[in-house]
Ligand binder design. Structure first.
Ligand code: FES
Length: 510
């Protein structure tokens, strides 16, 4: 098996039974905020797009690049579809000409033309774009796990499919917290440091759980080339930066005794056979690894090249007048009406300032209206042309567009509320109905677990991580290291997010 890394989460895999392309992202996305790091625009995309199989892990635009897929990827490729609850992924691929699909049942190995394939599909409303996935494949010569962005909570099937010659996983940030929030710089740095440490520790746990021979950090970070966002790049390995690069996580893994980490760039190849791995880079290492070694200068040069793309995106934002209140009323109100769980989870009004126009999403009255001065727990502010573009394009996922762009400001009173983001991910009837069903089906029937002097549910109240694996107790504070949420077991209160309690009882009373 030969793997060529294509930048970010892109991979081209040559196997004994044909070729497979994964997540070929090369065009800037999220309002030209994110660019692939390192630059992969010089790759021969026609060559890498001429494949038998295609796998798009999920619909986030740094994985699903419509422009690249349309221009360079063979429409006769068979798409391996994760078993997602909505058809958005298939529909979007059909719209650009793909016709051959094979839906892979969640967590069940299948054989496809000689290749063994396993796809784990995560389906919580906040997993990716209502769906995130990991792919394992074996051609008999080698077996690899492309974990991608998927924060797997259960490794049973994945481990049965292995052992693995290589494990590709995400480890870096893809989130706006805490940088867009109105907070003092010292608080931002403290929150950033905690987030970075949590990401590294989660990656370490995944690596330990899978136990592959080779570990390839990938699928992030992006780089920010617009002047107004350039500050977010991690130029000097700052302990508070939430966008650490591949070299930084490899240091972290080495510091924790993990050998087998590999640094790759677009065009690096790995020949995997009989347990061995031969790596080659597209240039001598001093040159190939310059994006990491000489990062500030490399990114400044890249930013110069990116200027026309950034300017073109800006020119595409509609700046004429649109009746945003009318548009959002007719779009959002039927969704708010259908969002029983989400509305009660949000619990109050959200203030959304569209330029200088303050609008309220009132989840009690289920209406969008002008702000009448009331206090709102969440406040978002975005430039009017950005919001008008979201409306013009009928963007059903503002998390996978506006929020990931970092081109907005936010403030909140109290803890993070995941329902707010579930709503902005699900701006279509199909998605909101699915999310409502998902929340309705959650229960604590998976059993429980003793941890310290407490009995708690086996599954984390957030997204069901196995607390026997991801739970860490400090006094009465339980941290689920999957996403870093904390629970005070003496009260059951979630310290990280509103509307999520944990049922904890002293073990001697259970
Ligand atoms: S599953 Fe997210 S913090 Fe536990």
């Amino acid at each position: 098996m030969k793997i060529t890394t294509l930048g970010h989460a892109g991979m081209h895999i040559e196997t004994r039974y044909g070729t497979l392309l994964c997540d070929p992202w090369t065009n800037p996305t999220f309002f030209a905020s994110w660019f692939p790091f390192p630059d992969n625009s010089g790759l021969d995309w026609d060559h890498f797009g001429d494949v038998d199989l295609l796998y798009l892990s999920h619909l986030h635009r740094d994985h699903f690049d419509v422009e690249n897929l349309s221009a360079h990827v063979s429409k006769s490729a068979t798409v391996l579809l994760p078993d997602y609850p909505t058809d958005d992924l298939q529909r979007e691929l059909e719209a650009i000409g793909f016709r051959r699909f094979r839906r892979i049942p969640h967590g069940r190995p299948v054989r496809h033309d000689g290749l063994d394939i396993l796809i784990e599909a995560l389906v919580a409303p906040n997993d990716g774009a209502v769906g995130d996935s990991a792919l394992a494949i074996s051609d008999g010569d080698a077996c690899v796990l492309n974990q991608n962005d998927a924060k797997l909570t259960d490794f049973t099937q994945v481990l049965q499919f292995g052992p693995y010659d290589a494990h590709f996983l995400q480890f870096s940030g893809a989130n706006w917290w805490p940088w867009v929030y109105t907070l003092p710089d010292t608080a931002k740095r403290a929150f950033g440091a905690a987030k970075r440490a949590n990401g590294f520790n989660r990656a370490l746990r995944f690596v330990e759980a899978v136990g592959a021979r080779r570990i390839v950090p990938f699928a992030g970070p992006p780089c920010f080339l617009d002047e107004e966002l350039f500050q977010y790049n991690d130029l000097d390995n700052a302990p508070w930066n939430t966008f650490p690069d591949q070299a930084a996580v490899l240091d972290h893994l080495r510091d924790h005794g993990i050998a087998g980490g590999l640094l790759t760039v677009p065009g690096s190849t790995m020949e995997l056979t009989g347990g061995s791995c031969t790596v080659a880079h597209p240039a001598p290492e001093t040159e190939a690894f310059r994006p990491f070694r000489d990062k500030a200068r490399y990114l400044q040069e890249y930013a110069q090249r990116a200027r026309p793309r950034i300017a073109a995106e800006r020119a595409d934002r509609p700046d004429g007048h649109m009746d945003v209140l009318f548009e959002l009323k007719s779009w959002f109100e039927p969704l708010m009406e259908a969002a029983q769980y989400i509305a009660s989870g949000i619990g109050g009004p959200i203030l959304f300032k569209v330029g200088s126009e303050p609008l309220v999403l009132d989840f009690k009255a289920r209406e969008v209206r002008a702000h009448d001065g009331e206090k709102c727990r969440y406040v978002f502010t975005a430039d009017r042309p950005l919001v008008q573009k979201l409306i013009r394009d009928r963007e059903v996922d503002w998390v996978n567009s506006l929020f990931l762009s970092m081109r907005f400001r936010a403030s909140r009173i109290g803890p993070f509320n995941e329902f707010v983001y579930a709503f902005f991910t699900c701006l279509s009837k199909e998605r909101i109905e699915y999310a409502e069903r998902w929340y309705a089906e959650q229960d604590a029937s998976a059993g429980d677990l003793q941890i310290g002097r407490w009995r708690v549910p086996l599954r984390c109240p957030h997204r069901k991580a196995d607390l026997s694996q991801f739970g860490e107790l400090d006094g009465d504070i339980l941290t689920c290291t999957m996403h870093g949420w904390q629970f005070d077991l003496s009260t059951g209160r979630c310290l990280t997010s509103a509307a999520h309690k944990i049922n904890a009882v002293p073990a001697d009373q259970s």
